[in-house]
Every structure is written in structure tokens, then in C-alpha cells.
Write a protein of this length. Structure first.
Length: 160
């Protein structure tokens, strides 16, 4: 039978891993409401100061650029029409103070003429995280559309 100290150390390790997983899932779940409500500070705050969001048509470098995407005319037009950025359940790998999540995402848009919703885009995302004094933050996110190209499939393979 394991010693009491071994049991406690194992429980502490397991609880920390569960807390990390929950914190990372909460961070991922914050992205959609932040961008769909047009809230640039909470959206950009998911990243480190020098974080990168590698998205079409060009990567965004730093919190100011990410906040600018949220307040930009293209994004504002999407949310004025009715948009939902949905994140799938991620596959998470945690290694100490670093983590990687691979997850699907969809952008659902409202069609005003028919008052219906349609999936506009479906993509794969690779989120890289680091533990900071403020909690987990994204250092790099890659978003690639599932358009038949190899890049999205390569990201999915990482989860396997």
C-alpha cells in the first residue's frame, strides 16, 4: 500500500491537472462570447501581450491587433447581422506550464431574409498556452478552414 505522502502527492498532481484542464476549457469557452458581443478587451485578454492569432487573411500580432479585429468593420458587420463563434470540445495536452489544444470551430451567421442560421465556416484550431501570473494565456493560435486543404488535416493529426 502506498505511503500517505505518496498518496497526497499523487492527489495534488491530479487535482492540479484537473484545475488546469478546467481553466483552459473556460478560456476557450470565453472566446465566442467575447467576440460575438464585440468586447475587444476580454477577447484580446485571452492572449499574452505578444500573442499571435494566425488567421486568414493575415496573422494578428499582439493584443492591440486582436482587439482591432473585434472592433473592425468586417467583424462588427458580422455581429450586427447575428453571428456565433462556436468552439468544439478541445483535445488538450498539458506539459507543466505549457499546453496545446486542438479543436474545431464554426462561425454561424444569421440570414435576415429567412430568419435562419447557416454555418458559414468550419475550421480547425491549434491553441498554444502558457501559464502566467494571471493564469493561462494563449501565445499562438492557428485557425485553418476545413476547405479540403492539407493544413487543417495536419492540425487535426496533432490531436491523435
Amino acid at each position: 500500500m502506498p505511503e500517505r505522502d505518496e498518496v497526497l502527492a499523487d492527489l495534488q498532481r491530479r487535482v492540479r491537472e484537473l484545475e488546469d484542464r478546467l481553466a483552459l476549457m473556460q478560456l476557450l469557452a470565453t472566446y465566442g462570447p467575447a467576440v460575438d458581443s464585440g468586447s475587444p478587451e476580454p477577447a484580446a485578454g485571452l492572449w499574452t501581450d505578444d500573442g499571435v492569432y494566425d488567421v486568414y487573411p493575415a496573422p494578428l500580432h499582439g493584443r492591440a491587433a486582436i482587439a482591432g479585429m473585434v472592433t473592425g468593420e468586417l467583424h462588427q458587420g458580422l455581429i450586427r447581422a447575428g453571428a456565433a463563434h462556436l468552439q468544439g470540445v478541445p483535445h488538450l495536452r498539458i506539459d507543466g506550464d505549457r499546453a496545446v489544444a486542438i479543436a474545431y470551430s464554426q462561425l454561424v451567421l444569421r440570414d435576415e431574409a429567412t430568419d435562419t442560421f447557416r454555418t458559414w465556416r468550419t475550421g480547425v484550431n491549434r491553441w498554444e498556452f502558457v501559464r502566467t501570473a494571471e493564469g493561462w494565456r494563449c501565445t499562438h493560435r492557428v485557425n485553418r478552414q476545413l476547405d479540403g486543404g492539407a493544413e487543417a488535416r495536419d492540425l487535426l493529426r496533432e490531436a491523435l
